[in-house]
Design a protein around this ligand. Structure first.
Ligand code: ADP
Length: 192
């Protein structure tokens, strides 16, 4: 199963992807995690990315497509993957399409986790305390939301146009959102 997960900052994509990984037994690929790990290791790419992330902007497409291509070429994705945080604009969506076509592994489904924007700021404020993320300050979050609406929201339409899109209501308890996602995927919902 090859799944693209879409949703605004604070929509719970990362949380759901981690749970889906356990229930579905396929890798969870988070570009945010890959970038933050590169920053922690202090690589040239990681440090460059960190200055961009801390402003709430998007890391350049070319860096991201190289990173994704490398990740999707590894053996563990042969059984499928959950992509979280990519694609984030139309250029990335088209690049991903080309990469997956070339690998002979097109995406099966795009799931949009739809959350009431009113709930987002509160969720992110809570996460900022728990995870100590340097891009979770109010000003940066506001910029991330603006970037999301301008650049990432069109990606939802892109997947709708390809007939791959499903919306899942992201409000409510974490377990309930997970059950909604699994039911879209028609996965047995008995707890593991
Ligand atoms: P969230 O979904 O809550 O914004 P992420 O961990 O997915 O958090 O991403 C954090 C930051 O990493 C983004 O604001 C952006 O700066 C950078 N980033 C992640 N994925 C991409 C991508 N596909 N393209 C460009 N930048 C990205």
């Amino acid at each position: 199963m090859r799944i693209v997960l879409l949703g605004s900052p604070g929509s719970g994509k990362g949380t759901q992807a981690a749970l889906m990984k356990v229930r579905l037994g396929i890798p969870h690929i988070s570009t945010g995690v890959l970038l933050r790990n590169a920053a922690k290791r202090g690589t040239e790419l990681g440090l460059k990315a960190k200055t961009i992330i801390d402003k709430g902007e998007l890391v350049p497409d070319e860096i991201m497509s190289d990173m994704i291509e490398e990740r999707l070429s590894r053996d563990d994705v042969a059984i499928g993957f959950i992509l979280d945080g990519y694609p984030r604009n139309l250029a990335q969506a088209k690049s991903l399409y080309a990469t997956l076509e070339r690998l002979g592994t097109p995406a099966d489904v795009a799931i949009h986790i739809d959350v009431d924007p009113e709930h987002i700021i509160g969720r992110i404020a809570k996460r900022a305390k728990e995870e100590d993320r340097s891009d979770d300050t109010e000003e940066v979050v506001r910029n991330r939301m603006r970037v999301y609406h301008e650049q990432t929201a069109p990606v939802i339409e892109y997947y709708a146009g390809r007939g791959l899109l499903t919306h899942v209501l992201g409000d409510g308890p974490i377990e309930l959102v997970l059950e909604r996602i699994l039911s879209v995927l028609r996965v047995d919902q008995a707890p593991a």
